[in-house]
Write a protein that binds this ligand. Structure first.
Ligand code: CMX
Length: 133
């Protein structure tokens, strides 16, 4: 793993949270993107080497909708950047971890992504992400 690429924060409404984070970080949201397969809208902020990703549900089946219903708004996941996602998945599978998705899938911001279940990682949802070449 190379570094923390971004922190994902589940929010109810972009109309409230994008201006809030722009004010907080003193920077402009540089990209919004909808990921239909995940039923989410995403909004990105750059902060030094890292990013903050806000996540807003677009439907009731969205993981973000379920998360907010259960826990309320807040930190949703930590994403680690990797060079080779398949290699890293193999390493972690060998080490005894189970992935939510067996194959990497398309995520926002030009990334291939996969997730480890929070039950296996001390209650924190972990994402691996790799820049698409
Ligand atoms: N962090 C910590 N705990 C979480 C969690 C999260 N992000 N999401 C769910 N949980 C917990 C729930 O609170 C619940 O705990 P309890 O059993 O103690 O109540 C448990 O996990 C099961 O939750 P659930 O609502 O029944 O959800 P599922 O098991 O159906 O799914 C998960 C959970 C993590 C497998 C699913 O949310 C998932 O696949 N997430 C990865 C995909 C995703 O999050 N996509 C949105 C972001 C996409 C992007 O960044 O582009």
């Amino acid at each position: 793993m190379k570094k923390i690429e971004h922190l994902g924060i589940a929010v109810k409404k972009f109309s409230v949270s994008i201006p809030l984070f722009e004010k907080l970080l003193d920077t402009t949201c540089y990209k919004t993107e909808t990921v239909n397969s995940e039923q989410v809208n995403t909004a990105f902020f750059e902060i030094g080497e890292n990013k903050i990703e806000l996540l807003e549900a677009t439907g009731p089946q969205s993981a973000i909708h379920k998360f907010i219903e259960k826990k309320g708004e807040g930190l949703h996941h930590i994403a680690f950047e990797v060079d080779n996602i398949k290699k890293e998945m193999k390493r972690l599978t060998k080490a005894g971890f189970t992935f939510v998705n067996e194959q990497p899938k398309e995520g926002a911001d030009n990334k291939m992504i996969c997730f480890l279940h929070p039950k296996e990682t001390n209650g924190v949802l972990i994402e691996l992400c790799m820049e698409k070449k």
